[in-house]
Write a protein that binds this ligand. Structure first.
Ligand code: ATP
Ligand code: MG
Length: 396
């Protein structure tokens, strides 16, 4: 018998009328994700996604790793299936988990019988199997309170499944059930984490990056593409829009008061991102902003940058400490790339004394010499759309 994965659903079991749609999406996401590792059958029953390798060539370890990054799953169990017969269940446990039991000092058996036609109930299954295992492994004692190792038996519709302790899934909601949003992706630590966090809430993420060649280098662009690729490990394949920002930055430098440079630039970024996003069906923007972190991240600054758009702006990091953000960046594997020293366009023409409490009136005045519409139209002409997926070659 081959191994099989039972992937347990999280919050989505609670979602009432939408449950069906959520489950379909999750099944599709799992199917798409494990396909790269061979021929797997993926089906959903009893609030569980089953992933079953269909031949011996399937890369079961690769698929198992990939399942840890799929949103909507809380617990992952790597099992062996067997016939619904108490002797077969016992033999399968011996063969599959016997070595683990020999390494533990104490154990218990936890059973769940969802097929009520099985002659023993859950407690009886645990007692029967626990008794036999205790006899066969005299060095491993039963301890039902705080066991070192737990053997799980699940008697379900199609078969019985045995496994050791479950592993944690990625949590969240299946990517795609929460609509689509455009993430403003820079080369920093924060925005990749912001993209990850919204994908975790079921949002399908698309990215936009503003690029000021020759003020910023090709390496800076590659760094952002690499960050996008790393995030696709969780978000699934995504589109990155690269927008030429040089002319806008030069126009700002030549025509606007220095203290407003960053704010004016960010207003252009927001407006252009919304235009590209709306064309692609995005209902919100995502940024990595964090209250108080830099001068452009005060309430007043966010008001003037948010004023140029009419869709919601999600800022999932707004109330977090840098330490908390860094912990997530490390976990999702973006940190090392984020700290590479290639400059982002935000660091070109930064004002010495940026305005921290701006008003909309001041911004409109500061921008009066600019032909906003023409500058935006020109930037939109430069958009390059690149599709990124995790198994692409690294960009750096
Ligand atoms: P990050 O670590 O994400 O770069 P930050 O702390 O450096 O954030 P800012 O430079 O003020 O903050 O940028 C705030 C947000 O604006 C970023 O999180 C990102 O969403 C967006 N942003 C900044 N620069 C760019 C860029 N070149 N292209 C696209 N979005 C950008
Ligand atoms: Mg930045």
């Amino acid at each position: 018998m081959r191994e099989i994965f039972l992937l347990k659903l999280g919050e989505i079991v609670l979602k009432g009328a939408n449950k069906r749609q959520f489950e379909d999406k999750l099944r599709q996401n799992v199917r798409r994700r494990v396909k790269a590792y061979g021929n797997f059958d993926v089906y959903l029953m009893q609030s569980t996604v089953y992933v079953e390798p269909m031949d011996d060539d399937a890369d079961v370890d690769g698929a198992w790793d990939a399942c840890h990054t799929i949103f909507g799953l809380v617990r992952l169990c790597r099992c062996r299936a067997c016939e619904k017969d108490i002797d077969k269940i016992y033999d399968t446990i011996e063969e599959y988990l016997g070595d683990d039991l020999d390494c533990a000092a104490t154990f218990k058996v936890e059973s769940k019988r969802s097929d009520k036609r099985f002659p023993l109930n859950s407690i009886e299954i645990s007692q029967e199997i626990g008794g036999r295992l205790a006899e066969a492994h005299p060095n491993c004692k039963v301890d039902v309170r705080k066991p070192e190792y737990t053997v799980y038996v699940e008697v379900r519709d199609l078969a019985a499944y045995v496994h050791g302790p479950a592993e944690a899934g990625a949590g969240g909601l299946p990517t795609g059930v929460g609509g689509r949003a455009m993430c403003l992706l820079s080369g920093g630590i924060d925005s990749p984490v912001a993209a990850y966090m919204m994908a975790k809430r079921g949002v399908e993420v698309e990215c936009v990056h503003f690029f000021s060649y020759p003020y910023t280098s090709q390496l800076a662009k590659d760094k952002v593409m690499e960050l996008a690729r790393l995030v696709t490990r969780y978000c699934g394949r995504m589109t990155v829009n690269i927008v030429g920002f040089t002319q806008i930055q030069e126009a700002i430098r030549d025509n606007c008061p220095e203290e407003f440079f960053t704010l004016i630039m960010r207003r252009f970024m927001m407006e252009i991102s919304q235009r590209i996003g709306k064309e692609d069906g995005c209902g919100a923007l995502i940024t990595g902003e964090n209250l108080g972190q830099v001068a452009s991240q005060t309430m007043q600054a966010m008001q003037v940058t948010g004023a140029v758009v009419d869709i919601p702006v999600f800022m999932p990091l707004i109330g977090m400490d840098k330490e908390e953000i860094v912990t997530i960046a490390r976990k999702i594997g973006t940190m090392e790339t984020s700290v590479l020293p290639y400059e982002d366009c935000c660091t070109v023409f930064t004002p010495k004394h940026p305005k921290t409490k701006p008003t909309i009136g001041q911004l409109i005045n500061a921008e009066r010499k600019l032909d906003r519409e023409a500058l935006i139209a020109q930037a939109l002409e430069t958009v390059e759309k690149i599709t990124v997926k995790y198994d692409d070659a690294p960009y750096l």
